[in-house]
Design a protein around this ligand. Sequence first.
Ligand SMILES: N[C@@H](CCC(=O)N[C@@H](CS)C(=O)NCC(=O)O)C(=O)O
Length: 218
Amino acid sequence: MAPTLYMSEVSPACRAVMMTARTLGLTLKVKKIDLSKKEQLTPHFIKINPQHTIPTLIDNGFVTWDSHAIISFLVGKYGNDDELYSKDVMERALIDQRLHFDSSVVGNFIRTVLNPVLYEDKQIKIEDHKEEIHKIYALMEKFLRSFPWIAGKKITIADMSLIPSITSLNVIMPIKSDEYPNLTSWIHRSENLPCFMENQNGLNQLRDLLQSRCCCSC
Ligand SMILES: N[C@@H](CCC(=O)N[C@@H](CS)C(=O)NCC(=O)O)C(=O)O
């Protein structure tokens, strides 16, 4: 039976899972959760995930959440090899570092800034957040100095995780190619991946939502 994914396309974390599943050739049974209607707070969903976050995955009775945990689980269970999440300890440590960077820095920032806009009808002023976004872009630029993908020569789940996050930030504050050439090339490479289609819908939805609610260049 196909694993069930509770998700919303607007959420970058959910898109990371969709991109990973597409790369693995895995079909997921998708159940949409509308955070603006607080559907994550229903007793049914809280019973599944007391932390009430999406994405949440149920696979044959096994429940897990947090996109980073989910994508490493999916590769471990459904991947034909360890291409996307190397078992070599040093390669894996680098992938993990990037995943934690996404979780603790980029994803955390996106949720703090965007969630009040998306789900509480508040407005954002992009000027107030420019400095923090530039810091993230500058770090990504350095991470991509020597290799085409975020954790080395090969695409990994760290790319699956950071592509939706960074392209969402790009909607809020467009990345200038002369200022961030490595980051711009990485985004172009990402856009050519077949799995990028799992990111595109959510990005379009995010752009539409933000256009009506923020004072930014998106
Ligand atoms: N680090 C988590 C973040 C999950 C998260 O906070 N998701 C947000 C949407 S982007 C959510 O479900 N918010 C609803 C809530 O916390 O009630 C991940 O990568 O899955």
